[in-house]
Design a protein. Structure first.
Length: 287
DNA sequence: AAGAGGCCCTGATAGC
DNA sequence: TGCTATCAGGGCCTCT
C-alpha cells in the first residue's frame, strides 16, 4: 500500500503525537505478521521513552531514549491509528478509548501511552515490526537499500553506472529498492509518465537527458504527493483516519482506457503487466 | 550476478 | 443470493 509519501505522512503524524512520550504497555494480539514478532518484543519497548521518529524509504523508525529502535513496515495494507483516551467515566470509574473510524478486525498491536493509544491494523499482514537493539544493527536492516530519490547520491553518474550492462526495463528498476528506495507501483507509473518515458524501455538504453528527467520527476512527484497528504486508494488513511488527496492527481495510475491528460495528446492510457505488477502509460507520449 | 516467478495474506469487486 | 476468479499500494525467497 504505502509508498514513501504515505509513510512520510504517518511519520509526521507519529512525531506530533508520540514523540517524547513513555510507552506504558505494549499489547500484541497477533504475532504472525510478515515476520513473526519476537517473544521479547513487548518487554524491550515497555517503559521506554520515544526520543524521535524518522522515516527511511517505506520504513518508520522509532528511536528510543536508550538508543534502541523499533522499525515498522506497513506492507500493503498496514495502517496506524492514534486514539485519544477519554477521561475516566464518572459512572464506571474506568477510562476507555473510543474511535468510530477504527476498523473492527485485524488490530494486531497496541502501544499504550498516558493520554493516547496507538493501534496497528493490517488485514493482509504483509507489514512487520522489528526491535533493533542498536545503531549498528539498524544499519544492517537497510544495507541492501539504494538511495531515496531525494538523496544527492541519486544523481546522473549513479544511474548511468548502476544501469550499465543490465537488462531490465526502467519500470522494473524504479521498483527495485536496491536501485532507489521508496518508489512503489503507483509512483513508478506516474514518474515515467511525467518523464515521457515508455516503461518497457531497457534502462541501459535511456539517454542522459531521459535519466535526468527521471531524477527530476521522482523528486517532484513524491514531493507533491507528500504535500497532498499522500494517496488514498482502497485503504490508506493517516493516523487520524483522514484520506490523502494525491490520488485525484494521478495522470495514469488506474486510468486504463481513459484519455491521456497531456495537453494536445490524443493517446489512451494502456494497462500492461510487467513482472506481475500492473503498469499504466500512454503509448503516444511516452517514448 | 541478475532476473523471473512464487509466495506470504485478506478483502473488494466483477462475472456468472 | 451466492459461488468463483481476479486483483490489490511490498518484498523476501528460490530457482534458473
Amino acid at each position: 500500500m504505502p509508498e514513501l509519501p504515505e509513510v512520510e505522512i504517518v511519520q509526521q503524524s507519529l512525531s506530533k503525537n508520540i514523540k517524547g512520550k513513555k510507552i506504558n504497555r505494549v499489547l500484541v494480539k497477533n504475532r504472525n505478521l510478515r515476520f513473526k514478532l519476537k517473544p521479547y518484543f513487548e518487554n524491550k519497548l515497555k517503559g521506554q521513552f520515544i526520543s524521535n521518529i524518522q522515516r527511511f524509504s517505506k520504513y518508520i523508525i522509532i528511536m528510543l531514549k536508550n538508543k534502541s529502535f523499533c522499525v515498522i513496515h506497513l506492507g500493503m495494507t498496514g495502517t496506524i491509528h492514534i486514539i485519544k483516551k477519554k477521561k475516566k467515566s464518572l459512572l464506571t470509574n474506568t477510562s476507555f478509548y473510543h474511535s468510530p473510524i477504527l476498523p473492527k478486525k485485524h488490530n494486531h498491536i497496541e502501544f499504550f501511552f498516558d493520554d493516547i493509544k496507538l493501534i496497528y491494523n493490517d488485514p493482509r499482514r504483509f507489514g512487520f515490526f522489528l526491535f533493533i537493539k542498536d545503531k549498528e544493527n539498524l544499519k544492517n536492516v537497510f544495507k541492501n537499500y539504494g538511495p531515496e530519490p531525494f538523496d544527492k547520491k541519486f544523481n546522473l553518474d549513479y544511474l548511468v553506472n548502476f544501469l550499465k550492462g543490465k537488462k531490465k526495463d526502467i519500470k522494473g528498476f524504479l521498483l527495485d529498492q536496491k536501485f532507489v528506495s521508496g518508489i512503489g507501483n503507483i509512483y513508478a507509473s506516474e514518474i515515467l509518465y511525467s518523464s515521457k518515458i515508455n516503461p518497457l524501455t531497457p534502462a541501459k538504453k535511456l539517454k542522459k537527458s531521459q535519466l535526468r528527467n527521471i531524477i527530476k520527476s521522482s523528486k517532484e512527484i513524491l514531493y507533491k504527493a507528500i504535500k497532498e497528504g499522500g494517496s488514498s486508494i482502497r485503504d490508506f488513511k493517516n493516523t487520524t483516519g483522514d484520506t490523502g488527496g494525491f490520488q485525484k492527481k494521478f495522470k495514469v495510475y488506474g486510468r486504463d482506457k481513459k484519455n491521456c491528460k497531456r495537453l494536445k495528446c490524443l493517446g489512451i492510457i494502456d494497462k500492461i503487466i510487467q513482472s506481475n505488477r500492473s503498469t499504466f502509460y500512454c503509448k503516444i507520449c511516452q517514448k
